[in-house]
Design a protein around this ligand. Structure first.
Ligand SMILES: Cc1cc2nc3c(=O)[nH]c(=O)nc-3n(C[C@H](O)[C@H](O)[C@H](O)COP(=O)(O)OP(=O)(O)OC[C@H]3O[C@@H](n4cnc5c(N)ncnc54)[C@H](O)[C@@H]3O)c2cc1C
Length: 499
């Protein structure tokens, strides 16, 4: 791999990275996008189902819904940035620049409603919105002269010199080389690979968060890990969007009884954290929970999901067995309203960033929007800085064989700790045990990263750093709120512990 220079380096090719690239290109900057993905499916963005929320003409209502879902822990200033910019960003980029063909009823968009939204405000394309945004966005940027896309390319380390970030060390096919950038934008997505059940694509190992933390950037709210309530409970889990419940599907326990109305006034449409805990509780006490779609035209409304069921040999007419799975990280790299981190010339956008919009629990369909809004703002801010080559950090380009199943075995250990001790419910003693186990694991991994540069080893290193940050954040927060639920003596109340 050759040494490169670019005005703006964007790491990650989901909606946030692509929006940052667009923001920078519009200011006249040259942009290099480095992404581990080899195809669009390598991003969570491609998999997004329900859609993109917009403000329409009700900013106060949108803000109130975000705050209520977060148990009033979200940052008011950040929500204002989101709500004020939502309509314009979606119209400008998704509708006018990319011509995304959102579902409509004649002249009007078909605005959908999802759990914890007080009104219909979600733009969608069937229930597979992500790919209809992601593919045209990638194609649009790939055609721009100022944009270079390096796929199958992983960032391993940030290049930091005298308190400023100057780019990153990139790896492709075992070769490692520096790329110098005027500004660097981290857009590396979520942390699903830290848990055994997740909706995220493989490779969601928290790389950007770990790289930023190791370079000295502030990280916050890591304990707020969102578990999606309705994910297929069998092998190869897949998400059943909230839109399905929005259209009338209900949840039944192993005795065939509906249980959500006893837990929350909004029943199946309660905030995600509440529904997830209630489902887990019913699974433990009655054996299983089924998503009952019998009262709605499931196949007509959600053809993609009906197809997924068929592929998994699931007969949806008798209910779909569901269980919570890791879905989204509300915290991450601390940023301001323009995606600026606490390190000079380092930005973070999308799921790896902590803007404050989500607080302790994210409202459905606000993540694509957050990535779009912050991506554009960060890209445009980042465009003004000039690259300055400096000495890259020392990394061996050799990659001696790792012992057999080293990475696989360590990931199994890491996930067991996260599943058992840092999942839906947290116990202070177990969190102490989790930190001790994760610290040991990180020590073992660090011994190898001193002499090797394999991508999978760095992913493991990043996952172990990020897991420790989640466990530490959880141990330090004594306030049981939103997705961070401290165990109570009576777990049957678990569904209602949401203030
Ligand atoms: C199944 C599913 C359904 C969802 N539905 C919705 C929805 O309907 N509405 C909504 O708003 N949100 C939804 N979400 C959440 C939303 O899709 C994600 O939060 C959002 O797309 C994240 O975008 P991103 O750009 O931050 O990251 P991603 O889209 O995940 O992209 C991350 C990118 O970073 C790259 N990368 C990671 N590490 C490195 C590295 N070291 N070097 C180089 N590249 C790297 C990856 O390869 C990838 O290209 C859903 C998520 C899932 C998984």
């Amino acid at each position: 791999m050759e040494t490169r220079t670019t005005d703006v380096l964007v790491i990650g090719s989901g909606i946030a990275g692509l929006a940052a690239a667009l923001g920078a290109v519009r200011e006249g900057a040259s942009v290099t996008i480095a992404t581990k993905s080899t195809q669009p499916e390598g991003t969570s963005t491609w998999w997004a189902q329900g859609g993109v929320a917009v403000t329409r003409n009700d900013p106060a209502g949108f803000e109130e819904d975000i705050q209520a879902a977060s148990s009033h822990t979200a940052d008011h200033t950040a929500i204002e940035v989101l709500v004020k910019n939502a309509n314009d960003a979606v119209r400008d980029v998704l509708v006018e620049t990319l011509s995304v063909d959102f579902d409509s009823n004649g002249e009007m968009f078909d605005f959908a409603r999802e759990a914890a939204h007080s009104t219909d405000r979600i733009l969608h394309v069937d229930a597979s919105t992500g790919k209809h945004i992601h593919v045209p966005f990638l194609n649009y940027l790939a055609e721009r002269e100022e944009v270079t896309i390096l796929d199958d390319t992983a960032a391993l380390e940030l290049i930091r010199h005298e308190g400023r970030v100057h780019g990153a060390m990139l790896e492709r096919s075992g070769d490692v080389a520096p790329i110098y950038a005027g500004s660097t934008v981290l857009a590396t997505g979520g942390i699903g690979d830290l848990y055994s059940r997740t909706t995220n694509p493989p490779g969601s190992t928290g790389d950007g968060i770990a790289m930023a933390a190791l370079a000295g950037a502030d990280i916050s709210d890591m304990e707020y890990v969102q578990f999606h309530p309705t994910v297929y409970a069998g092998e190869d889990p897949f998400l059943l969007s909230e839109a399905v419940r929005g259209e009338g599907a209900v949840l039944r326990n192993g005795k065939g009884e509906r249980f959500m109305s006893a837990v929350h006034k909004d029943a199946e449409l309660a905030p995600r954290d509440v529904v997830a805990r209630a489902i887990q509780h019913e699974r433990e006490s009655t054996g299983e929970v089924l998503l009952d779609v019998s009262s709605m035209p499931f196949e007509d409304e959600f053809p993609d999901l009906a197809e997924r069921c068929a592929k998994h040999a699931v007969d949806w007419t008798s209910g779909i067995s569901v269980a919570p799975a890791e879905h989204f990280l509300c915290g991450g790299i601390t940023v301001d309203g323009h995606g600026r981190t606490t390190l000079d010339r380092l930005y973070a956008v999308g799921e790896c960033a902590r803007t404050g919009v989500h607080g302790a629990n994210r409202l459905a369909s606000t993540s694509l929007l957050e990535g779009l809004v912050w991506g554009l703002r960060a890209g445009s801010d980042a465009a003004e800085k000039e690259a300055q080559p400096i000495d890259p950090p020392e990394l061996l380009t050799r990659d001696p064989e790792l012992p057999g199943a080293f990475v696989h075995d360590k990931f199994v250990r890491l996930r067991r700790v996260m599943d058992d001790y840092v999942g839906l419910w947290r116990d202070p003693d177990e969190l102490t045990r989790a930190q001790a186990g994760l610290r040991r694991l990180k020590g073992e991994v660090d011994a190898y990263t001193r002499t090797r540069t394999s991508r999978s080893l760095y992913e493991l290193r990043n996952a172990s750093v990020t897991a420790l940050l989640v466990a530490r954040g959880a141990a330090e927060n004594e306030d049981s709120v939103g997705t961070h639920t401290l165990i109570s003596d009576d777990k049957s109340n678990a569904g209602v512990i949401s203030r």
